[in-house]
Design a protein around this ligand. Structure first.
Ligand SMILES: Nc1ncnc2c1ncn2[C@@H]1O[C@H](COP(=O)(O)OP(=O)(O)O)[C@@H](O)[C@H]1O
Ligand SMILES: O=C(CO)[C@@H](O)[C@H](O)COP(=O)(O)O
Length: 482
């Protein structure tokens, strides 16, 4: 059996798969995000570790005893800064933190090859510009940095004592030469860092040490190997069989992502399309990233006094899709694709005397779907054709949202067994590949389909004027144009 651990933004998910890919154990533990200043988004690395312990220990002890390998997945880009003796120097700066937007321009000027080598625009969520921010605003901390790790790799350090990162996650730092799948000394130098401060860059299917004796004892698991793993989107792709050119997924986590596997490195910075390594050898991917997807569901639930996501979807369903004039722009943390705008914020438009909490809830589901449609459109402009998306992440629990998403994207959605914890599934499969070897396409074959949702043409027609108004509205609300 293989254990996959996903350090998500809203919580840690741990899943045990048997050798045939069936889920035989699960545990979760919640995390919160701290926002002490405008644009900031942080988590305490110790909270990742404590949540990991809780999620693993929630799995049946008999299942834990049978685990032969562990894989890690995690929220990407988070800067975890370690000093001497590997002590944490400050809270982790997350993927949806916008403070380093000025440093992005500085990085692009200092590293003229950035787009070609790292394959992406400098965007504030990425790790490298955050380190320039720390250099400028917290120089005493910067001077103490011995190691920079990503969130799941900090958890790996606590589990194994090893400093390693897989190339799908490492690509999200902007310090990786994405085609060659190794650190770029030039881009590191542009941020005042060297390769010595980086973990070893490995493939997701490689072994990166074994569980430490004390952790193994506390978890009731043997000292088994730990696989490189993947950034949560790449690991999610491995979890639902999105492994070769033409395969694609829609992730509905805190963020929203459309991810397409590519057989070669295909950078396309225009439109803020991301191009990174996949967590499987010799595969890359493109993706559009939307900073607030299911995050908006939780936000509007709080705003309307609704107890949770399931109840929020029920309230939206009580009015139905395209039922009111309200339009929501989901930029609660700014946006990456297609705008690369850390400072824009969300908005409701078209409120009237008949607006109710139910109609606000429905507008939020639609606004996230319209933002994803923007992402699909720039991916298509980048030459990526998609006709079907496998759905992963917590939002995969709602088929009602799926109807809105399928119509807004005009794409068939495929829901697979376990897709709601896709990154953890993928991490477990990477562990299997690291321990037993085998063909990635076979080990990472899609799980059984639970259902599919085809786009409803009549609903798509009703959405068309709302989507046009949504697209037109961004330029009116961004501070860039004020
Ligand atoms: N029943 C449900 N239907 C739809 N979405 C849900 C449901 N339950 C939880 N969610 C959403 O799932 C999200 C968490 O998804 P997850 O993929 O675990 O995110 P992350 O990896 O960012 O932690 C929550 O923000 C919540 O809005
Ligand atoms: O920043 C990105 C991808 O570039 C996000 O997708 C993060 O990786 C967070 O993922 P979730 O917590 O939403 O799964």
């Amino acid at each position: 059996m293989f254990l996959g651990i996903d350090i998500g933004t809203s919580g840690v998910k741990a899943v045990v798969l048997d050798e045939h890919g069936a889920v035989v154990g699960q545990g979760t533990a919640a995390l919160t995000v701290q926002r002490p200043h405008p644009l900031w988004s942080e988590q305490d690395p110790e909270a990742w570790w404590q949540a990991t312990i809780s999620a693993v220990r929630a799995i049946d002890p008999a299942v834990r005893r049978a685990v032969r390998g562990i894989g890690l997945a995690g929220q990407m880009h988070g800067a975890t800064l370690l000093g001497a003796d590997d002590q944490v120097l400050r809270p982790g700066i997350l993927w949806n933190d916008g403070r380093s937007h000025a440093e992005c321009a500085e990085l692009e000027a200092k590293a003229p090859d950035l787009h070609r080598v790292a394959g992406n625009l400098a965007m504030p969520g990425f790790t490298a510009p955050k380190l320039l921010w720390v250099q400028h605003h917290e120089p005493e901390t910067f001077a103490k940095i011995r190691t920079v790790l990503l969130p799941k790799d900090y958890v790996r350090l606590r589990m194994t004592g090893e400093k390693a990162s897989d190339v799908s996650d490492a690509a999200g730092t902007l310090w990786l030469d994405v085609e060659r799948r190794e650190w770029s000394d030039d881009i590191l130098a542009a941020t005042g860092l060297t390769r010595e401060q980086m973990p070893q860059a490995v493939e997701g299917t490689a072994q990166t040490g074994k569980l430490r004796a004390d952790v193994a004892e506390a978890w009731g698991i043997d000292q088994v190997p730990v696989a490189g793993g993947g950034g949560d989107n790449a690991a999610g792709a491995a979890g639902v069989g999105v492994v070769k050119d033409g395969d694609a997924l829609l992730s509905l986590g805190t963020s929203g992502v459309i991810f397409a596997a590519t057989r070669e490195f295909r950078p396309n910075p225009a439109g803020a399309v991301h191009a990174f390594c996949h967590c499987l050898p010799d595969v890359w991917h493109q993706m559009s990233v939307h900073l607030s997807a299911a995050a908006c569901i939780d936000w509007v639930a709080r705003l309307t006094g609704t107890p949770g996501a399931a109840e929020l979807f029920a309230r939206a369903e009580s009015v139905g899709p395209a039922s009111g004039p309200e339009i929501f722009l989901p930029y609660l943390s700014g946006e990456r694709t297609p705008h690369n705008d850390a400072e824009v914020r969300g908005a409701f438009l078209g409120l009237d005397h008949d607006t109710t909490p139910e109609r606000l809830a429905q507008a939020v589901l639609e606004g996230v779907a319209f933002a994803l449609a923007d992402g699909l459109s720039v991916l298509r402009d980048a030459g990526t054709e998609l006709s079907q998306l496998s759905v992963i992440g917590g939002g995969a629990r709602s088929s009602y949202w799926g109807q809105t998403l399928a119509a807004a994207l005009n794409v068939e959605l495929v829901y697979l067994k376990g897709g709601e914890v896709g990154p953890a599934l993928g991490a477990a499969r990477l562990a299997q590949l690291a321990v037993d070897g085998g063909s990635p396409e076979e080990v990472c074959a899609p799980p059984p389909v639970s259902h599919t949702i085809a786009p409803d043409a009549a609903l798509a027609e009703r959405f068309a004027p709302k989507i046009a108004r949504f697209r037109d509205s961004y330029s009116r609300i961004t501070p860039r144009n004020s």
